[in-house]
Design a binder for this molecule. Structure first.
Ligand code: UDP
Ligand code: MG
Length: 334
């Protein structure tokens, strides 16, 4: 067994844990997975629940999961109506989790539950989110590793959260951080970036990774392009979520200013020196700059309106409180 991270003895945590696992056609892995999670939890004496979300499996995972959930006290099965994808499946699990800390991992035994104590230990150093880093990744085709390397570097640059491995499902989160996120599409890979926008503190530790034993991967090469498109969305969220006018309006003002200066120069040539300016390319540039400037300005205003609707329709606050210390004298009991 390859093990980049030695198992360190984490201090017993008193926090309640919810282990969330999305499942799509993983019938062979399931019994091993539940057993592996439960034995780590019991060995460390954690207060835990396992939440398995069946994402419309067609291979008998659903029936097996239902059976296991009736037999075991530590397991809850959330059965989705059809296959929605990994992000919605994870979101369903997060929503039903009752623990103070949520841990997500894949069902295919590629992640190792034995790393959970290490994640918790790191978390207790004062982080809201600790991500796993598959330092010795066991997906050895270059078609997987190269796109993932490029994607990780790009995501790091764009989002400002520098993790080695965004694609690792094994992560630990404080529940209140996840409650603040709206996940859709395939945004589960960007949870650290989205959490960072909401003010979360983030760290990572190396974790073990095993080759898939049963079943097959649910993704192909096209995933790379979808990740890049999602990255654009996240970049937009980060940049424009609060002040679109500052981006578009600013550009608009610069365009208009340059347009006015060049236009003034041309007017000067025409009016005072009597030169013909009708066939000058510069005139075209002036027209484009002025038009584009007005357009960008209008775009900024529209963006402001949209963002206001977005915030208000979701009741989304413009700030997040980490904690409040002390209490008002006025209200405290005597
Ligand atoms: N998964 C899911 N719904 C889907 C696709 C995948 O719930 O539509 C689950 C899958 O069962 C696994 C996890 O998401 O637990 C990651 O999928 P996979 O192992 O195929 O991804 P890879 O490890 O190849 O990136
Ligand atoms: Mg996998």
């Amino acid at each position: 067994m390859s093990s980049p991270a030695p198992i360190t003895e984490a201090p017993a945590t008193t926090q309640t844990l919810s282990i969330v696992v999305p499942i799509y056609n993983e019938v062979e892995s399931l019994p091993h997975l539940i057993q592996a999670i439960a034995s780590v939890m019991q060995a460390h004496n954690y207060a835990y629940e396992i939440i398995c979300v069946d994402d419309g499996s067609k291979d008998g995972s659903t029936a097996l999961l239902k059976k296991l959930a009736t037999e075991r006290e530590d397991l809850r099965a959330i059965i989705l109506r059809r296959n929605y994808g990994q992000t919605p499946a994870m979101a369903a699990g997060f929503q039903h989790a009752q623990g103070e800390i949520i841990i997500s991992l894949d069902a295919d035994l590629q992640n190792d539950p034995a790393d959970i104590p290490n994640l918790l230990q790191k978390m207790n150093e004062g982080y809201d989110l600790v991500s796993g880093w598959r330092k010795e990744r066991q997906d050895n085709q270059w078609t997987r590793l190269l796109p993932s390397k490029i994607a990780n570097a790009l995501i790091g640059r764009v989002t400002g959260v520098n993790l080695h491995d965004y694609g690792c499902s094994l992560k630990a989160y404080r529940t209140e951080i996840l409650a603040d996120l709206n996940l859709y599409g395939e945004l589960h890979r960007f949870i650290p970036a989205l959490a960072f926008i909401e003010g979360a503190t983030i760290s990572e530790i190396p974790v073990r990774h095993h080759a898939r034993q049963f079943g097959s991967s649910k993704y192909g090469l096209d995933r790379t392009f979808r990740v890049l498109l999602d990255l654009l969305t996240v970049w937009f969220m980060k940049k424009f979520l609060t002040r679109p006018m500052h981006v578009f309006g600013y550009l608009g003002i610069i365009f208009m200013l340059v347009g006015f200066i060049l236009g003034g120069y041309l007017s000067f040539l025409k009016l005072f020196l009597g030169q013909a300016i009708g066939d000058r390319p510069l005139l075209l540039l002036v027209a484009i700059l002025l038009l584009a400037g007005v357009q960008l300005f209008g775009f900024g205003l529209l963006g402001e309106l949209l963002i206001r609707t977005y915030h208000e329709s979701q009741g989304r606050p413009i700030y997040r409180v980490r904690s409040i210390v002390g209490q008002s004298k006025h209200f405290s009991a005597q």
